[in-house]
Write a protein that binds this ligand. Structure first.
Ligand SMILES: C[S@@+](CC[C@H](N)C(=O)[O-])C[C@H]1O[C@@H](n2cnc3c(N)ncnc32)[C@H](O)[C@@H]1O
Length: 250
């Protein structure tokens, strides 16, 4: 099913500032950046995580605790990897993907033979679903890109059924350890180089480590989710502490 394009969301243009935009410019910056890298987004994910990213998405799904024929909303779905994985792994589950970048979803339409993932263009602060409708609302590598994270979690909770789960997969700031320094070196040098080579957009893959370094620590993200109203929030660290999966219950 083709994605309807609502607005001229993405123009291929340099934004004129270096990598981390001020808050008021961030949504537009993020939107145009993902529009530019959409065609090679999946390939770059596989390469820079050495194929681990799909494993984390499956773990996120396991933590979603989906009932048979349950519903899952993937916010900031990009090319739909989480939604497709949900429907492939849990036949009968209906997944939906929303994102504010048309080009990312367009790159994901029909990419998994035999599965149809409905996409909708929407901002994370205004999800186009009624209250209490989803068994789980999840996000993969979204929250770091969002300015008002508390508002984003409140909106995810709104559409989650009571007792349902909100699950968040994100990168974490590198720790001040040898492993943290190694990861910093990898993400500061190799990832931008590889990203430049594969996507032709070194800036986008410089934004990734910079925004990760500025992102909140896993404990703080846990508190943020609790403050949004989620209960029993816990998290797991993966890839030597460079990735975290947080889960809470409405
Ligand atoms: C790093 S990609 C992650 C895509 C996918 N979830 C995955 O696991 O690969 C982040 C996505 O979040 C989207 N995004 C960022 N801010 C958003 C917002 N405020 N509302 C909706 N989507 C947003 C971007 O357009 C992009 O497609």
């Amino acid at each position: 099913m083709p994605v309807e394009k609502k607005a001229p969301t993405a123009e291929i243009a340099s934004t004129g500032h270096s990598v981390l935009p001020p808050s008021e410019e961030k949504p537009r910056y993020v939107n145009t950046m993902f529009a530019r890298i959409a065609p090679t987004y999946d390939l770059m994910n596989r390469l820079m995580t050495l194929g681990q990213d799909q494993r984390w998405r499956r773990e996120l799904l396991a933590l979603s605790n989906l009932p048979p024929r349950g519903t899952l909303l993937d916010v900031g779905t990009g090319t739909g990897d989480i939604g497709y994985a949900a429907m492939a792994r849990y036949p009968g589950v209906q997944a939906y993907g929303v994102d504010f970048t048309y080009e990312m979803m367009a790159a994901g339409v029909d990419k998994t033979p035999g599965l149809r993932l409905p996409f909708a263009q929407a901002d994370t602060y205004h999800l186009p679903f009624a209250d209490d409708t989803m068994d789980a609302v999840v996000s993969g590598f979204l929250v770091r890109n969002v300015v008002d994270r508390a508002a984003a979690f409140r909106e995810m909770m709104r559409v989650t059924k009571p007792g349902g789960r909100v699950v968040c997969l994100e990168t974490t700031p590198p720790a001040d350890t040898l492993i943290g320094q190694g990861s910093r070196l990898y993400f500061d040098t190799i990832v931008p180089f590889l990203g430049g080579l594969i996507s032709g957009d070194r800036e986008a893959y410089t934004y990734l480590p910079k925004s990760t370094q500025k992102f909140v620590e896993p404990d703080e993200l846990q508190r943020l989710m609790e403050q949004a109203g989620l209960r029993n929030v816990i998290y797991r660290l993966r890839m030597m502490g460079t990735v975290a999966i947080h889960v809470g219950t409405k």
